[in-house]
Design a protein around this ligand. Structure first.
Ligand code: UD1
Length: 426
């Protein structure tokens, strides 16, 4: 299993190109199931989860062609065509590896009239149920049965528009229902829908395919179903979690870096905090410049929240940053109930963190000290890399396959701006 070794202390200078967003690419790829014409996706990051999604789609008969990008940060292109959809079952062995596999439920039931998808089961960062996905599809007329670990969604005569009121904001459920509603008969209204940029991207791609959608980016999305979607070409939006992670890499290590191919509006909640901790942040027109020179970062507190609030996917990285700051900060996780698994690992490198319920109390220390640590999930792994950039001595991050699920060529991007980081393959 690969490891990443980081020798801390180097400041970062230069440019880091930001890749396309994993969390946009995955549902965008699934949308190929909604049409028999080709869907061309550009700016697709080469990540383990993306490759995995391509394999899942192939198992449903989707013809998949991949053209890789050439330069660091340059996305690849997928040509996906589902002439005929073969089968309607996503097996446990597939869905348990990647929760996003569950996105096929809505598209399959609306295109084929039947979908059998394994329940994703537990997950390291919390229970993550799928009840909202199911209630949403039921509201559009699907008969839902859960048996022997599988969800069976049945709608032999197709789906019909309806009102879906989400009791809580869910990115995945909004995406699943949005995809199905595009081909349902009549009008669907999604109330308390998620407004994350990845949903806007998904909706924009669907509109390029002929869907009729309004209210994207707000909590009320209206979809007027059409009988057929056609092919389209769409560029995946920049990854706001990768953007935020590298912005914090500069804040924790010090230096001056331009993050290219991204935009400040995707991460404004984080950029406001970075200014409060003492970093300089500016828009360059082609990206975002982050500068931190001189004194230690200052502590600030934050609660995670749905977009445009502070993303839960940046919480672990922000905690690493606060571990080195002057003062005490309180970091409250409001989206997932068990998303502090990085805390014991950060403590191993010398952080002072106490967890009280949904809040981590982080008292900054002058210096972190390198140590072997274990990645527990995707975003937690990147927080350990950030800690390693600031730590004295060598930090070895084990189980980096988690990182490979969501960060494209992370060590190359950081090495290019001066970090002492390398992958050790075994
Ligand atoms: C997506 C992102 C993930 C991010 C999360 C929150 C993808 C592929 N993943 O995950 O990186 O951390 O949004 O921004 O885009 N919930 C229910 N019932 C459901 C669905 C969700 O109770 O049917 C709960 C979850 O347990 C969680 C909360 O709702 O507590 C938000 O989850 P959700 O927005 O659905 O996250 P995902 O779509 O799984």
């Amino acid at each position: 299993m690969d490891k990443i070794s980081i020798k801390g202390g180097a400041r970062l200078y230069g440019q880091i190109p930001i890749s396309g967003a994993k969390n946009a690419a995955l549902p965008l790829m699934v949308a190929s199931l909604l049409t028999d014409e080709p869907l061309i996706l550009t700016n697709v990051p080469k990540l383990a989860d993306v490759v995995f999604m391509a394999e899942l789609l192939k198992s449903f008969g989707v013809n998949v062609e991949w053209t890789p990008g050439q330069k660091l940060g340059e996305g690849g292109t997928y040509r996906l065509q589902a002439n005929r959809v073969r089968g309607s079952t996503a097996e446990y062995d597939i869905v348990r590896k990647m929760r996003a596999s569950f996105f096929v439920l809505g598209p399959l039931v609306v295109r084929v009239g039947l979908a059998k998808v394994s329940l994703p089961g537990g997950c390291a960062i919390g229970a993550r149920p799928v009840d909202l996905h199911l209630k949403g599809l039921q509201a559009l007329g699907a008969a839902i049965d859960v048996a022997e670990g599988y969800v069976i969604a049945d709608a032999p005569a197709g789906l019909a528009g309806g009102e879906v009121v989400f009791p809580m904001v869910s990115v995945g459920a909004t995406e699943n229902v949005l995809m199905a509603a595009c081909l349902a008969q009549g009008r669907s209204v999604l109330v308390n829908a998620a407004g994350e940029p990845e949903i806007v991207d998904l909706g924009n791609c669907r509109m390029a395919m002929g869907a009729k959608i309004s209210g994207l980016g707000t909590s009320r999305i209206v979809v007027d179903g059409v009988s057929k979607l056609h092919g389209a070409s769409h560029a995946v939006l920049p990854d706001r979690i990768e953007t935020g992670t590298y912005a914090m890499a500069v804040a924790i290590a010090g230096g001056e870096v331009e993050l290219t191919g991204t935009t400040p509006d995707l991460v404004s909640s984080l950029l406001e905090l970075l200014v409060l901790i003492g970093a300089e942040v500016s828009s360059t027109g082609t990206g975002i410049k982050v500068v931190r020179n001189g004194s230690r970062p200052k502590s600030v507190s934050v609660d995670t929240a749905p977009f445009p609030g502070f993303p839960t996917d940046l919480q672990a990285q922000f905690m690493a940053l606060m571990a080195t700051a002057e003062g005490t900060s309180r970091i409250r996780e409001t989206i997932f109930e068990n998303r502090f698994m990085h805390v014991p690992e950060l403590v191993r490198v010398g952080a002072d963190i106490k967890v009280e319920g949904d809040t981590a109390i982080v008292t900054g220390v002058g210096r972190l000290h390198g140590a072997p640590v274990m990645a527990t999930d995707l975003r937690a792994s990147s927080s350990l890399v950030l800690a390693g950039l600031a730590a004295e001595g060598e930090t070895i991050v084990n189980r980096v396959y988690h990182l490979d699920r969501g960060f494209e060529r992370l060590e190359e991007k950081l090495r290019a701006v001066g970090a002492n980081i390398e992958r050790q393959s075994e």
